[in-house]
Design a binder for this molecule. Structure first.
Ligand code: URA
Length: 236
C-alpha cells in the first residue's frame, strides 16, 4: 500500500505537491470515488483517475547522473547511518545506484529505477569504459609504466587498462595525478592496481563513464539524463 499522492507522482503525471493539491481540490478518483483526504493509501489494484484520466501505474523510468561527494555511501541505506547517494537526490521515485564508488571516492555515479539499463551498464561483456583520476603517492617509473601497459594481475585475473596518462607530478610532495581508464568494476579495483605498484591512492574520482562526464556538476550536484543520452547508453 502506498500513499495516493506518491502513486500519482510516480506515474509521472505531476509532482507530489501538485498531486496533493489535486486531491484536495477533488480532481482525483479512486475506483470511481472522489478522494479529497490526503494520506489515503492505495494498492496496486486500485484504479486512480486524475482529471478523469486513468493513470498508468507503471512507474516512469528516471535516470540521474550525480557527482558523488566524499563520505557518501553508494547504497540505498546504511546501518551506520551514514549519508547515502539517495540522500543527494530529491525524488519520490525509488532509484538505486548503478555500480558503486567507495565511501571516500568522489565522482560520477548513475542512479535509476531502470533495471535493464543498470544491468547493461554493469555487465562486463558490454565493456563500458570508466575513467578515474587517481592522486597517488610517488612517481611512476619505467617499470611501473610497463606494468600498467601490460595489464596488472589482481587475484590472478588481469585488469585490462584501456588507457592511462600522467596528468601531473608534484616533485616536492612526491605525488602524481594519473588518469586511468578501465572496463571492469571489481571492488576497489583502481586502489588495488596502484597498491600492487606500491603507489597507494590518496584520492580518487571517477570523471567519465562511457560518453558521460561530470564537468558541469559540482560535488553533490546531479541532473537528469536526457532522452538522447539514455538512448545512447542503451545503444552501447
Ligand atoms: N576503484 C576503486 O578503488 N574505488 C572506487 O570507488 C572505484 C574504483
Amino acid at each position: 500500500m502506498e500513499r495516493l499522492q506518491k502513486v500519482i507522482a510516480n506515474s509521472g503525471v505531476t509532482s507530489r505537491r501538485k498531486a496533493e493539491e489535486m486531491i484536495s481540490k477533488g480532481n482525483v478518483r479512486v475506483n470511481g470515488k472522489v478522494v479529497t483526504e490526503l494520506g489515503v493509501k492505495v494498492s496496486g489494484n486500485d484504479i486512480i483517475e486524475v482529471d478523469g484520466v486513468t493513470i498508468n501505474r507503471d512507474t516512469k523510468k528516471v535516470y540521474y547522473i550525480l557527482n558523488k561527494p566524499r563520505e557518501v555511501i553508494t547504497s540505498v541505506s546504511d546501518d551506520k547511518n551514514r549519508k547515502t547517494v539517495l540522500d543527494c537526490i530529491n525524488t519520490d521515485i525509488r532509484v538505486y545506484p548503478v555500480g558503486r564508488l567507495d565511501y571516500d571516492t568522489t565522482g560520477l555515479i548513475i542512479l535509476t529505477n531502470d533495471g535493464e539499463l543498470a544491468n547493461k551498464l554493469m555487465h562486463p561483456s558490454n565493456k563500458i569504459k570508466k575513467t578515474y583520476i587517481a592522486k597517488i603517492e610517488g612517481l611512476l617509473n619505467k617499470d611501473d609504466i610497463d606494468r600498467l601497459k601490460r595489464g596488472i594481475n589482481i587475484d590472478d585475473r588481469k585488469v585490462e587498462i584501456v588507457n592511462f596518462k600522467i596528468r601531473d607530478k608534484d616533485l616536492v610532495k612526491n605525488t602524481s595525478l594519473i588518469e586511468i581508464t578501465i572496463i571492469e568494476g571489481r571492488n576497489h579495483i583502481v586502489k588495488r592496481i596502484f597498491e600492487s605498484l606500491k603507489h597507494p591512492v590518496i584520492r580518487l574520482s571517477r570523471i567519465r563513464l562511457a560518453f558521460l562526464d561530470i564537468k558541469n556538476l559540482k560535488s553533490g550536484e546531479y541532473r537528469e539524463l536526457s532522452l538522447k543520452e539514455v538512448k545512447k547508453l542503451y545503444s552501447l
